[in-house]
Ligand binder design. Structure first.
Ligand code: ADE
Length: 227
């Protein structure tokens, strides 16, 4: 998979994408991630990428020219499965959507800043709009990092233990069951006996029950929704 990200603050993406699983996936050629500074495409002599909104509203809006030129250059080199705009008024990101995007070959993400991008880009070139939750970030960069991380960890070869991603919370509309490690007794806090029994069928059954109980108590809404 290849992921291209357009931003006016590339530094914001550097750290989250250059450590841990996402970095390892890049080292192992599971994914290629390219972060591009939108200013590079600005034809303005001061490399301006924003302007005042029509209608006398306060704030600044990202202009069409640099973003459209960037997108056109990138898509002349390869075709993108989706051109995703990260925005608080997009579809709220859920695991089902992440799973679907993890099957793509090429993804292009556009990070908004200021009051966002000119609506005409959304109308004519953006193919998907995603929000990572009902709160407003300073820009789409951290949302793009979240989306990238969620996708990359699902790619074959990204996580050592292939089973691990499949047993994540939300993969089957359930939260993950509790986990424990050594020591079995820490100052009197005991690990449930069943997990030390060696009876794999019983352990599997216990974990499923725990996942159901946990979902019922923490996120009963998950039983009502289908994505
Ligand atoms: N940009 C600003 N806030 C955002 C959010 N909650 N999700 C995605 N992109 C955003």
């Amino acid at each position: 998979m290849r992921i291209d990200i357009l931003t006016v603050v590339p530094k914001l993406l550097k750290s989250p994408l250059s450590d841990s699983i996402v970095q390892r996936a890049q080292d192992n050629e599971v994914v290629e991630i390219h972060v591009h500074d939108i200013r590079k495409w600005s034809t303005d002599k001061h490399k301006k990428v924003d302007d005042e909104p029509f209608g006398g509203i306060p704030g600044m809006v990202m202009t069409i020219q640099p973003i459209l030129d960037a997108i056109n250059e990138l898509r002349s080199e390869r075709s993108y499965d989706e051109i995703i705009y990260l925005t608080p008024d997009g579809e709220t990101l859920k695991q089902g959507r992440v799973n679907q995007l993890s099957l793509a070959n090429n993804l292009l993400m556009v990070c908004g800043h200021y009051k966002g991008i000119d609506q005409r880009l959304r109308d004519h070139v953006i193919t998907m709009e995603l929000s990572i939750g009902d709160y407003v970030l300073s820009g789409g960069e951290l949302a793009a990092a979240v989306l990238t991380d969620a996708i990359v960890r699902l790619l074959p070869g990204a996580i050592g233990d292939e089973q691990s991603a499949l047993t994540d919370s939300f993969q089957d509309q359930l939260l993950a069951p509790p986990v424990y490690t050594r020591p079995a007794n820490y100052n009197g806090w005991e690990v449930p006996e069943i997990l030390r029994s060696g009876d794999h069928a019983a352990i599997q059954n216990w974990m499923e029950q725990q996942a159901i109980e946990r979902t019922k108590s923490k996120r009963p809404d998950l039983f009502e929704k289908d994505s």
